[in-house]
Design a protein around this ligand. Structure first.
Ligand code: GAP
Length: 471
């Protein structure tokens, strides 16, 4: 077995990722013109495409490829009793201390022990307050008055919307245990520390799936879902040596969990949680039975109408955190040496792609998640090449996300597409007018080949299907 990596040694830094994300329209600071809103980020044209594709890939994996999983889109605002039942009102807290002098707020577990013991601020050496519990749920009021009758929470996890609907789904969709319910949606947490770009934010998105099983089969299903979730990232081509399991110790387990494993990813700032797989037992449904007074037992019609509260195996991934992980994972810088220059003698685009020793930044996204799949680049704007490129674009756009770029030297245009992670560029040149062929250029290898226009769509489809990331 290969030795586990201890620290990140790739070319990315969080500064480079943040700056590329802004430059190429992936992620912008929220309300930037007012100085920014901490804990919140906006997803630009590339970011929303990437986010939608990750969500689509996860959704397909969970629902289309699993006959026993159906989807749900529950409201963010839920009856406040939900959060009493779920234990979040009581337990969803972080310990915090404040500095009386510089007013910085710290999560207690992030302050060095000697500072805590002496109550000295690690930033300014001012005096720290005693540690106290801080509930991470955002509160608001529904209706015209701001009293407790209208108290409402922004959901801190999407899971509860699934639990309160599980009986509706059994009845409407004739589901039989074991079965799952998948949901993607926003969640909100008043995080004390938000840093590392979009890693930990106050507003974020989750992709959660709750799998309802018979008590006694939970350990077997827990192990099965661990395997399936690992395979999901393998399928996306994520660097496997940047992933590992971390089992929660007794101090880390959430109030609802009997066992929990995180998939951690090696980000530029170190190993961090990406997704959790949790055995939530019958905790949630038992509590909702108690608080709602409704019978939430499952009736097993195939087994003498046996009744029981199902156990729940949860897989919980952050969508926005997965987006950050995929950008970090895809990020590469490489020297574009003379061997990799475009070769005109092979009938590909004439002129070199880069001068020797130039560096390129490239996002090696799997094509299924790349924001743009194909970019159309006419070699010249004139002589009908632009019109021909637009014509090919309209043919391809029914099947693929396309972009069009006619400005600047061809090498610079390739660089722009590399930075945005576009796996295929199609260059239209004078030969295209004569014989109906175009140049297909591959992002990872920068190799080029001539392909007849009529064969393009099928060729790209096959390339996506058989994609293996080269480095
Ligand atoms: N329903 C279980 C649950 O919410 P969690 O470990 O608190 O479990 C699951 O969160 C995932 O949601 C995390 O692994 C992470 O990917 C994402 N996540 C949690 N808090 C986040 C935050 N403040 N910002 C971005 N993503 C977050």
């Amino acid at each position: 077995m290969a030795e586990e990596l201890t620290e990140y040694s790739g070319p990315a830094t969080m500064e480079k990722i943040t700056s590329l994300a802004k430059r190429r329209g992936f992620v912008f600071q929220s309300s930037e013109i007012y100085g920014g809103q901490s804990g919140a980020w906006d997803y630009g044209p590339m970011g929303i495409e990437l986010k939608n594709r990750i969500a689509g890939f996860w959704w397909k994996e969970m629902t289309q490829l699993h006959d026993d999983i159906v989807g749900l889109d529950a409201a963010i605002l839920m009856h406040p009793r939900t959060w009493e039942a779920s234990g979040h009102v009581e337990n969803f807290t972080d310990p915090l201390v404040d500095c009386k002098k510089c007013k910085t707020r710290f999560r207690t577990d992030m302050v060095p022990e000697e500072n805590l013991a002496k109550k000295i601020c690690p930033e300014c050496e001012g005096e720290l307050t005693d540690s106290r519990k801080f509930n991470l749920m955002f509160k608001s009021h529904i209706g015209p008055t701001e009293d407790n009758a209208g108290l409402i929470y922004l959901r801190p996890e999407t899971a509860q919307g699934i639990y309160v609907n599980y009986k509706n789904i059994i009845q409407s969709n004739r589901m039989k245990i074991p079965f799952g319910i998948a949901q993607i949606g926003k969640a909100f947490r008043n995080e004390i520390v938000t840093k590392n770009f979009i890693f930990r934010t106050c507003e974020f998105e989750q992709m959660e799936m709750q799998y309802f099983v018979k008590p006694g089969t939970d350990v077997q299903w827990f192990n099965e879902w661990k395997k399936r979730r690992w395979a999901f990232y393998e399928k996306l081509g994520v660097k496997i040596d940047h992933m590992r399991w971390h089992q929660h110790g007794p101090d880390e387990l959430a109030h609802y969990a009997k066992d929990a494993y995180d998939i951690q990813y090696l980000f530029p700032m170190g190993w961090r949680e990406l997704e959790g797989v949790h055995n939530r037992t019958d905790y949630d449904l038992t509590r909702h039975t108690e608080y709602s007074g409704k019978d939430l037992q499952y009736i097993d019609q195939d087994n003498n109408n046996d009744r029981y509260i199902p156990y729940i195996i949860e897989t919980s991934a952050g969508l926005t955190r997965t987006l950050l992980m995929l950008i970090c994972d895809a990020y590469d810088e490489e020297k574009v040496d003379s061997e990799k220059k475009a070769d005109s003698s092979e009938g590909t685009v004439s002129g070199s792609e880069a001068s020797a020793d130039e560096m390129r930044t490239v996002l090696r996204f799997h094509p299924v998640v790349a924001p743009v799949t194909v970019a159309l680049l006419p070699l010249m704007k004139k002589d009908g090449l632009a019109e021909l490129a637009q014509d090919i674009r309209s043919e391809l756009k029914e099947d693929f996300a396309t972009d069009y770029d006619q400005s600047g030297a061809i090498g610079r245009r390739y660089r722009r597409q590399d930075e945005a992670g576009t796996p295929f560029c199609i260059t239209i040149d004078y030969q295209s007018k004569d014989d109906g062929t175009v140049t297909l250029r591959y992002r990872d290898s920068m190799e080029q080949e001539r392909v007849p226009r009529a064969a393009l769509a099928e060729k790209i489809r096959q390339e996506i299907k058989g994609y293996k990331r080269g480095s």
